[in-house]
Design a protein around this ligand. Structure first.
Ligand code: GDP
Length: 426
């Protein structure tokens, strides 16, 4: 994907998340000098399989499994220091050296224990189906200008004063929800005193680091988490995440200008899934949904929740192509469809008897659309061992051709299994 004209690439999910971005980033990280996360927090849950080992990375970019790539948690990320050090320790225990390979932005906001209480309090009032990791409340605090940033740790005296204010404010909001639990200031002060000496040496103005790397001709991969339809502006609001998952967020959340980005790769499953609440127009009928879920292993890697499963929805991917400016597509999990006799593909929607060409702004309307299906022939043959497009069964090639045509974006990669080597480059 990288080349003379492409040194800064964004990878985004072009559906509702869990598209297999982690695997694509892992593959592309081999060609990257820097791998940057630009939004979200320890709710990403990328799963990467290296040899016989499976790694679930919630916060650290999957590029960490590809030395010597340097990984960055950008300013747009909300950083849970406890989760970060647990993940670093788990990687060390499995022999992955992260020494000198992870930088964090000193502008990133910290996710603190009181944010998790606020998350639980919020779910009591509005059932969004969050992962409960404090991500949403941390973003709320950021935009409410009452956040706590990595840089605040540089002056521990001042940090303790700020923390007292923040914990008291959070407790007031928790009390309003009717919850009896309260955040403890002592616990927060102790936590930060313990974390600061480990976190601060990793902290810097990472936007400047990325800018410098690009000026020196290095290759930078900006790794999105969740999916485009979960973007706080462009997703199925309010069933969305609290950040901009789409490519525009990559510039803001990594601290570089949009003119420095050369390409945007959209990752899509060969079908569609959704975890949490909110509409999923191409939801499959129960027996087929269960088959997709079981064959595809569609259970959340962070929460274990079963994902709802349905057919490829071209309306969703066309919309994602537009809001991200996608320049290429990676289709994952083609192998999951190997056993189906026929495969429906959603080519568009109807609404109240008419056509519906644009993604509606209201979930209520999206709940009412009816997908228009076209049924394609299944290939009934294993694809997991295929490494060249020409070796795929004809019906699988026809399926991919149709997805590409409907999406209006060229397919560059097809993933046919969980392992790193199970990929076809076009
Ligand atoms: P991400 O958040 O977009 O990285 O997605 P997840 O890691 O949550 O979910 C993707 C899941 O699908 C993981 O368990 C991957 O190992 C798996 N996966 C990725 N690509 C493929 C593929 O081509 N085929 C199959 N069968 N599984 C895949």
């Amino acid at each position: 994907m990288f080349g003379r004209d492409l040194s800064c690439l964004v990878v985004v999910g072009a559906q509702w998340g869990d598209e297999g971005k982690g695997k694509l980033v892992d593959v592309l990280a081999e060609q990257s000098d820097l791998v940057v996360r630009y939004q979200g927090g320890a709710n990403a849950g990328h799963t990467v399989v290296v040899g016989s080992a499976q790694f679930v990375l919630r916060l650290i970019p999957s590029g960490i499994l590809n030395p010597p790539a340097i990984c960055i948690l950008g300013n747009g990320v909300v950083l849970d220091p406890v989760a970060l050090f647990e993940e670093l320790d788990a990687l060390a225990a499995r022999g992955v050296s992260t020494e000198g390979r992870l930088l964090v932005s000193d502008r990133a906001h910290l996710v603190l224990p009181y944010h998790k209480l606020l998350d639980a309090a919020g779910e009591r009032q509005q059932n969004i189906g969050t992962t409960g990791r404090g991500i949403g409340p941390t973003y709320e605090d950021k935009y409410g200008r009452r956040g706590f940033r990595v840089a605040d740790l540089r002056d521990l005296g001042e940090a303790a004063r700020l923390l007292a204010e923040r914990v008291a404010g959070a407790n007031e909001r928790i009390a309003l929800s009717g919850m009896t639990e309260r955040a403890s200031l002592d616990e927060h002060v102790t936590l930060l005193e313990r974390m600061a000496p480990r976190l601060l040496p990793l902290a810097s103005d990472t936007g400047a680091v990325i800018h410098r790397a690009l000026k020196e001709g290095r290759r930078v991969l900006l790794e999105g988490a969740q999916g485009s339809l979960l973007d706080v502006d462009h997703g199925t609001y309010p069933y969305v995440t609290s950040s901009n998952t789409t490519a525009g967020g990559a510039a803001v959340g990594s601290g570089i200008g949009p003119t420095m980005i050369d390409g945007v790769l959209g990752v899509v499953k060969a079908y569609t899934t959704r975890v949490g609440n909110g509409p999923l127009p191409t939801l499959a009928d129960p027996p087929l949904e269960e088959e997709l879920r079981n064959v595809g292993g569609e259970f959340g890697s962070v929460t274990g929740r079963p994902r709802r499963c349905g057919w490829f929805d071209a309306s969703v991917v066309r919309y994602a192509a537009r809001v991200n400016g996608l320049t290429a597509l990676a289709v994952t999990k083609l192998d999951v469809l190997d056993g189906f006799d026929s495969i429906p593909v959603g080519t568009g929607y109807t609404l109240d008897g008419g056509t519906c060409t644009e993604m509606p702004a209201e979930v209520k309307v999206l709940e009412r659309v009816r997908p228009v299906y076209e049924t394609l022939r299944g290939w009934k043959a294993p694809t997991g061992g295929v490494r060249a497009l020409s070796d795929l069964p004809g019906a699988a090639r026809a399926y991919l051709d149709r997805l590409q045509e409907l999406a209006g974006v060229p397919i560059r990669y097809v993933s046919v299994g969980t392992r790193r080597d199970q990929i076809i480059s076009l």
